[in-house]
Design a protein around this ligand. Structure first.
Ligand code: GLU
Length: 305
């Protein structure tokens, strides 16, 4: 397996030259565009890795899966889905358009920024601090890594430049889709995007979803079965931005990407996969990371379809 991963990383490294690191969040420009790494943890807890799997990066939109799981565990599902939809948007992740044109005024799904601002607003806690602590505790638990923390520089960079997200959040408040203090909701949103992880953390979290919410080592249920299923389904339909259809055809694995260059993939009942490659295509997906997953899926016959 290690040979296979090394070969896949080596043969796809060239694709890192065809994309660009995200720059609209200034701090993300510091990533090394040539990095490419992968980690796999299988259902027997075997761990395999190759390339730059130890590099730290911010989780960005991959966090949307975890926040959705939290929102669904904190609230009645009908209430959650009265505020955010279940359909792919077909638009870029930061699009504001459908918030205006859709009759419902609710974001299409929880995997786009507007939808994640809604799920973030549903996280329970008496104060912002308590919500942040609950959030970090949950990330640490499912990644099985107590050292997970927020990258302060990225968080500040996002907060300073996140006016598009701010605009969406105020629109959502105006339309009664979110309640409460908008700046606090945004603060929690920027913090969740700025959580620093590596490929191993992503593979661990991916494995929890792959294993329908049960921690493989301890047998503890950390996410309900139905919530795990829902999150994986959103990963299939909306996880790779407006390229989710093509990814489903070519790779066929539930996955979620982020503009930090991470992709978390969950092969049901088999494995969790974390990939890192900060050079992005035009839609915001890791350009070489997708190729790595395409090869892996073919060679190990991982497509769920
Ligand atoms: N923090 C990023 C934003 O809100 C997340 C985007 C992403 O990874 O898709 O713009």
């Amino acid at each position: 397996m290690e040979n296979l991963l090394n070969n896949i990383i080596k043969s796809n490294k060239k694709y890192t030259n065809f994309g660009q690191v995200a720059s609209y969040i200034p701090e993300l420009k510091n990533a090394n565009a040539e990095d490419l790494g992968i980690c796999i943890i299988d259902k027997d807890n075997n761990i395999y890795y190759a390339g730059d799997y130890k590099k730290k990066f911010t989780i960005q939109s991959v966090s949307k899966t975890i926040i959705l799981a939290m929102a669904l565990m904190d609230n009645d599902w009908a209430y959650v889905f009265s505020k955010v939809g279940m359909e792919p948007s077909g638009d870029p992740f930061n699009s504001i358009m459908k918030l205006e044109t859709d009759d419902t005024k609710k974001p299409c799904n929880p995997m786009i920024n507007a939808g994640a601002i809604v799920t973030t607003s549903l996280i329970k806690g008496a104060t912002l601090k308590e919500k942040e602590e609950r959030m970090l505790a949950f990330f640490r638990k499912i990644a099985k890594n107590d050292n997970i923390k927020i990258n302060q520089a990225v968080y500040e960079s996002e907060k300073l430049t996140g006016d598009r997200n701010r605009a969406m959040a105020y629109l959502l408040k105006n339309d009664g889709v979110i309640n409460g203090d908008v700046e606090e909701i945004l603060d929690l949103y920027f913090k969740q995007c700025s959580i620093e992880i590596d490929c191993v953390d992503l593979a661990r979290i991916g494995l929890i979803f792959a294993n329908y919410g049960i921690d493989i080592e301890t047998g503890e249920r950390v996410i309900s079965e139905n919530v795990s299923r829902m999150v994986k389904t959103f990963m299939v339909t909306c996880g790779m931005y407006d390229a989710s259809g093509e990814f489903a055809i070519k790779v066929g694995i539930p996955a979620k990407s982020g503009v930090g260059g991470g992709i978390m993939a969950s092969v049901p009942r088999k494995m969790g996969i974390g990939v890192y490659g900060p050079s992005l295509d035009k839609k915001g997906n890791s350009i070489a990371g997708i190729k790595v997953l395409e090869d892996l899926s073919k060679q190990l016959e991982l497509s769920i379809f």
